[in-house]
Design a protein around this ligand. Structure first.
Ligand code: 9WO
Length: 252
């Protein structure tokens, strides 16, 4: 798939695209990322991409014209029409289900806003979908764009070292929408703290049951809403329900 990123700061993406386990997805073209700077198509000696807001007020607004010219360039290169995404707190909050949809799509054009915002006429004319990564304001849409690209890249086949370690992630269907269990590695005692005995036992069935119980406990404690969701989707066994009932009794 191909993602075109429209950003005034393309240099922010270089270390992200060339570091860590997702590097292979970006390097191999499995997730083909192209960067476009609206300043490159902006007019005049100063190549302005921003101007003062009508009605007054602080800050500057990203002008529609350089953004539209950039889109036209991208549409020409791509041939087929791609969805245009804007990252903004107005949008629907990104979740794993949406990430999976993007991961099996043809890609998209990701527009990263800066300054006080983007001229509304560009949004009305060209933006198909707005995506939020949370209820807070940032200084630009670049980090949200990297959030989406990272989440999509790690779902590509062959990206994770252990061929399917994402099958064990939180929010993966294989985890039944529960949070992940705790992890431990060497040394066996660190800062006076040992490792849960069962993990050293070599008893795989007991280990699997312990991990499942931990998932249930952690999810019940931190995200009880996800327990309800898993239950409503029929993802909890009788053994799971028994464990949850015992937790509820202990909690009073
Ligand atoms: C900011 C904003 C705040 C309240 C309601 C709507 C809003 N839209 C934007 C917006 O599009 N801002 C542009 C991108 C320009 C200023 C920096 N930008 C931005 C995006 N800040 N925060 C985000 C963002 C994107 C996705 N998820 C969380 C925050």
């Amino acid at each position: 798939m191909r993602f075109d990123v429209v950003t005034l700061f393309p240099e922010l993406f270089a270390p992200f695209l060339t570091t860590g386990i997702t590097r292979r997805a970006f390097g191999s073209g499995a997730v083909d990322v192209h960067l476009f700077n609206p300043r490159d198509v902006a007019e005049g000696n100063y190549r302005r991409v921003d101007d003062r807001p009508f009605g007054g007020g602080p800050g500057m607004v990203m002008m529609a014209e350089p953004l539209e010219k950039t889109l036209n360039l991208i549409h020409q290169e791509r041939g087929e029409r791609a969805k245009v995404v804007l990252f903004s707190p107005i949008g629907r909050r990104l979740d794993h289900a949406q990430v999976q949809e993007w991961a099996s799509s043809e890609g998209a054009i990701l527009v990263c806003g800066r300054y006080e915002g983007v001229d509304q006429r560009f949004i009305d004319t060209h933006v198909d979908v707005q995506i939020s990564v949370g209820d807070f304001v940032l200084s630009g849409g670049e980090l949200p764009a990297m959030v989406l690209l990272d989440a999509v890249a790690r779902l590509q086949p062959d990206v994770l070292g252990d061929a399917d370690s994402h099958h064990f992630d939180s929010f993966n269907p294989a985890l039944d929408g529960l949070l992940d269990c705790p992890h431990y590695s060497r040394p066996e005692v660190w800062a006076g703290q040992g490792v849960p005995e069962v993990l050293l036992s070599g008893h795989h069935l007991n280990i699997a049951r312990w991990r499942r119980d931990q998932q249930l406990r952690i999810t019940a404690l931190h995200r009880p809403d996800l327990i309800d969701l898993a239950r409503n989707h029929g993802r909890l066994s009788a053994q799971d329900e028994a464990l949850l009932a015992s937790i509820a009794i202990m909690a009073g």
